[in-house]
Design a binder for this molecule. Structure first.
Ligand SMILES: [Zn+2]
Length: 193
């Protein structure tokens, strides 16, 4: 995630990756790199991070509403700060349906649902139907603990991301577009204010 800088604001972090016990920070190769061995301080780009947190929670609201109201599962998705898209196992998608979905997700924003995270032992997580539905079985065998993110009363997923604490923080969501990506695959585009 492009959520921060190193060495003041001169070096934007373009990618972060865990490798063994180390966390690698990838920078723009054209940036003026400090000399090898120089100690630098990291700084979070809080504005961007908070937008990303709101957007991530927005995606979970969308998943939760669509599964609750239509029984459709997610097949993929992507997001950037303040906008995202998700693919669902839907046969048909049309303007009226999109309007209904938009109204429903904004009701969940307005409801101010609490967002909670927890770490569960693998065996316990594998017993929870909501988590099984979101393909928790794909989790590598070596992972013994599962972090879960719950929008209380709406959605529960195994998830490592950062989220806001309450759906009210997401703010108004707009469904800005939709398209067919196959017979039972429809893509929905969402933007935040
Ligand atoms: Zn997520």
């Amino acid at each position: 995630m492009l959520d921060g800088f190193l060495a003041g604001q001169s070096l934007r972090v373009e990618k972060v990756k865990k490798q063994g016990g180390e966390i690698l920070h990838f920078l723009d190769p054209a940036a003026p790199l400090p000399e090898a061995g120089t100690q630098v301080r990291g700084q979070l780009d809080w504005e961007r991070r908070y937008q990303q947190m709101r957007t991530h929670t927005a995606m979970h609201i969308l998943c939760g509403v669509i599964f609750r109201d239509y029984g459709a599962s997610v097949t993929g998705g992507d997001m950037d700060p303040l906008k995202g898209r998700m693919d669902f196992e839907f046969e048909t998608m049309h303007g009226e349906l999109v309007s209904a979905i938009e109204a429903s997700i904004n009701i969940e924003v307005a409801a101010g649902r609490e967002v909670r995270t927890a770490i569960l032992p693998r065996e316990e997580a594998f017993q929870i139907p909501d988590l099984i539905r979101t393909k928790i079985n794909l989790l590598p065998e070596g992972i013994q603990q599962v972090r879960v993110v719950e929008i209380v009363g709406l959605d529960l997923q195994a998830d490592g991301g950062t989220h806001v604490r309450n759906t009210a923080e997401v703010g108004r969501m707009r469904v800005v577009d939709y398209k067919s990506k196959g017979k039972i695959n429809k893509r929905i585009y969402v933007e935040l204010d």
